[in-house]
Structure formats: C-alpha cells, structure tokens
Design a protein around this ligand. Structure first.
Ligand code: AOS
Ligand code: ZN
Ligand code: ZN
Ligand code: ZN
Length: 426
C-alpha cells in the first residue's frame, strides 16, 4: 500500500493550529537564547536512521511468537513498508538487508523499486548463526570454529554477502557472530579468537576499498559461558588488526547491566573506531525493546558524546552508521519503529541543545553542580514541537502514529497480505 501525499497534507492541516502555537513558543524562546533555529532544524532533518529488513514482522521468544498479520512476505513488501515509514516520518531512507533472508531474485527490479521509494541499501548483514543449507554446521561456531572447513564456509558466505551488496550499492558489511561456548573447557579461548581473527582478515581483504566492516560485540546469547567477541575492547582489537575500514558496532542491548555506554562511545570516538549503532533499549540484556522506552537519559548522554566527539573533531559524524535493531513481540512493528525513530530524534535534538561552551567551563572549573545543570537544562526540555516541525518541513506527518491509525494501515496490510503472513526475523 502506498500513502498518497494528500493524506499527509490533510492530516497536517488538521493539526496545524495546535502545532503552530507550540512551535512558535519554543522557537521564540530558542532564538532569544541565541540558538540558530534554522541550523538546528536542518540537523534534525538530515539525521536519517536505517531500518533492518528483519524488524518489519513480529519477533518472538523461545516461548512463542504471535504474528501481527499483514507482515511483509518478501523483499519487495519489506521495501514497501519502509517506504511507508519514510513517507510518514521522513526519518529513514535506507534498509539493512540480511542474507540469506533477503536475496533478491531480480536485482534490477529491486533496485528500481528502491529508488522509486527513495530507499538506499545500508550495511549488509551476514548470517552464520543459523545453518542455512551449507554442508557444514554452525552448531559449534562459524568464523571461530575449530574446524577449518566450517570456517571456510563461513568466510565464503560473508564474501558472497559482500558480492550481493555490491550489486545493490551497499557500502558496508556488518558481522555479528554468535560464536562462543556454553561450558568451561568446551573451547580453547585463545585459539577461537585467533581463528576468528584469521577468518575476518580473509573477509576484510575481499571487501572493496570503499566498504567498511562493522564488527558487533555481545556479551552472551546464544552462548552462555563465553562469546568470542564479548565487548568493545575485543572488537576494537580485532578491527585494529584488520585495517582502518574495520570499526566497532555498538548495539545498545549488548552490554551487561549498568555498563556506561556513553563512555564506550567516547572511547571509541577518541580512537576513530566507532562504526555505528544498533538502536534499541534494554532492561536486563539483549531485550531489543523500543529505543528510549527504558533509559531515555542514557540515550541522551550517548548523543551528547556523539555530538561532542564529532564537533571536537575526534571522529566525523558522517563516518557513523545509524540503524534500529529491535524486536517487536507485542506491538505492531511499524508503530514500534515510529516510536523508536521519534525517541532517537528527540534525544538527538536535546543533545544538540546542550550549551557545550558552558559545560566545558564547568568541567574545567570543577563546577560539578553547574555541569549537571547544563545537561538537565537540555534533557528536561520538551523538544517535541521542534522534532515535529522538522518532520513537517521535510514532508512528513505531524503525528505519524495518529495518521497511521486513522488510515487503518495495518488492517489494509492484513487484507492485502493475509492475517497469517509471516516475515523473516528474530
Ligand atoms: C544479535 O543479537 C545482534 O543484535 C544482531 O545485530 C542482529 O540482531 C542480527 O544480526 C539480526 O540478524
Ligand atoms: Zn526457566
Ligand atoms: Zn544488533
Ligand atoms: Zn542483539
């Protein structure tokens, strides 16, 4: 289903009055404080976040999965869903594909559909955490498996993913490894790391010069005793051995409770080693909950580090990739993604409002209270009219979820695709 632009402008004109009041109030206040409002709006407009192909259907847990109905049945329908999200929010303009779930049957048809919808191809994802019909099994690992034949198969798969991505115009390969062990003694910790490094080296060499490798870490699951790449340090170590186009991918859910993720971001940027993000939120582990639903202050602090790291010249903003990686078990995935895109934009906008000069002075002078006030001043601000204004100026809906619901999009998708249609996902 395609959204007609008239629907968006009708919706926007209904909400115009109340929005205008709120926006006038905020923009006047910001201008009086010396903020360049146009520049601020432009930054928010430009900030686009990729959506992964596996996040468009209902996820599940090992205890079950409850379909949402009308889930995209193929790559074409996944692109259509992202096109819809794009039209409503103007916050996403690319898709991250997962191989083998998304192998195009007709490349030129997929490419022209994507360009019609204004969607480009973000980093490609390989899959060696499931057996996908190869002669070797990944039961005991892939790139770090003790058997050379398994490692070779996993390397070849990653190279095939790069080849597919080249045809689509992607410029990155994301590697997430489930490799590890479940019990002490099961695996040689040092050898497993060495084999992983050797396998990654082969993949890195096969990547075109203008590609980057995004190496994701995760402390546990599906292995529960040891994971070969459990943290940013190990990922960083491996990336450094590969070359400067390999960098560390931070998935927000991939940390043990209470880890200071903003500090990890600062440290990676300090070394120009931050590849990008998988946005989600977490209460306990890799919960894949909606971004900003549990720890909005942490998300804001992460954006503060991102902005200061790029403004200070530690690492260029443009070199960082942005993606959502969440699982939708009880919500309509499209509504969940709209909530995530909104929370990401809100956190970004708040972080842009931090008076960094004042903060630096407080830091240098040891004014602890002043520094905290600086952050709170920005964090407590209601920036929703600002984010909404940026979206409206970009052609999106004033209230994307309200419009989505009033158009009964899910009901239409169910009648188009069926109540039982099932998308690939986690
Ligand atoms: C797994 O826990 C990671 O978050 C991956 O980034 C991702 O969910 C997976 O690669 C999807 O296939
Ligand atoms: Zn139990
Ligand atoms: Zn992830
Ligand atoms: Zn994850």
């Amino acid at each position: 289903m395609k959204l007609s632009l008239d629907k968006i402008s009708d919706h926007n004109s209904k909400l115009k009055l109340s929005h205008q009041d709120e926006w006038d109030f905020l923009s006047n206040k910001l201008s009086k404080e010396g903020v360049d409002v146009d520049e601020l709006i432009q930054k928010i407009k430009d900030f686009q976040i990729a959506v992964p192909s596996w996040a468009l259907g209902a996820g599940g847990t090992r205890f079950g999965r409850f379909g949402i109905g009308g889930e995209p049945r193929n790559l074409e329908e996944k692109l259509a869903d992202i096109g819809l999200l794009k039209d409503l929010t103007r916050k996403t303009d690319s898709v991250s594909l997962h191989i083998p779930w998304d192998i195009p049957s007709d490349y030129s048809a997929i490419k022209s559909l994507a360009s019609e919808l204004g969607i480009s191809f973000d980093a490609m994802n390989s899959n060696t955490f499931q057996d996908n019909g190869g002669s070797e099994t990944y039961k005991l690992g892939s790139l770090g498996n003790s058997k050379k034949a398994v490692r070779d198969q996993a390397v070849a798969h990653n190279i095939e993913v790069v080849e597919i991505g080249k045809k689509l115009g992607s410029k990155g390969l994301t590697v997430w490894l489930a490799d590890g062990s479940n019990f002490p003694g099961q695996s040689s910790l040092r050898s497993a790391l060495q084999w992983t490094q050797e396998s990654l080296t082969e993949i890195y060499k096969a990547m075109p010069d203008d590609w980057k490798m995004l190496l994701e870490y995760k402390p546990y699951e599906p292995n529960f005793y040891h994971t070969i790449i459990p943290d940013w340090g190990t990922s960083s170590l491996l990336c450094k051995s590969l070359g400067d186009r390999a960098k560390v991918l931070v998935d927000l859910g991939h940390h043990l409770p209470n880890t200071n993720i903003e500090q990890i971001v600062a440290t990676l940027m300090y070394q120009d080693m931050l590849a990008g993000f998988h946005f989600n939120d977490s209460k306990y582990g890799d919960d894949d909950l909606t971004t900003g639903s549990i720890k909005p202050y942490q998300l804001f602090l992460i954006f503060c580090e991102l902005i200061s790291g790029s403004e200070d010249g530690a690492q260029a903003w443009e070199s960082i990739s942005w993606m959502i990686d969440a699982s939708h078990n009880t919500k309509d995935p499209l509504e969940d993604l709209m909530q995530a895109l909104e929370m990401i934009s809100i956190s970004f906008a708040k972080a842009l409002l931090v008076d960094r000069r004042k903060l630096t002075t407080c830091q240098i002078e040891g004014d602890v209270v002043g520094a905290q006030e600086c952050l709170q001043e920005a964090f407590q601000r209601d920036v929703r009219p600002l984010v909404r204004e940026a979206r409206i100026q970009n052609g999106g809906a004033a209230d994307p979820i309200m419009l989505y619901r009033s158009l009964a999009v899910r009901k239409n998708l169910i009648s188009e695709r069926g109540a039982e249609s099932r998308s690939t996902g986690l």
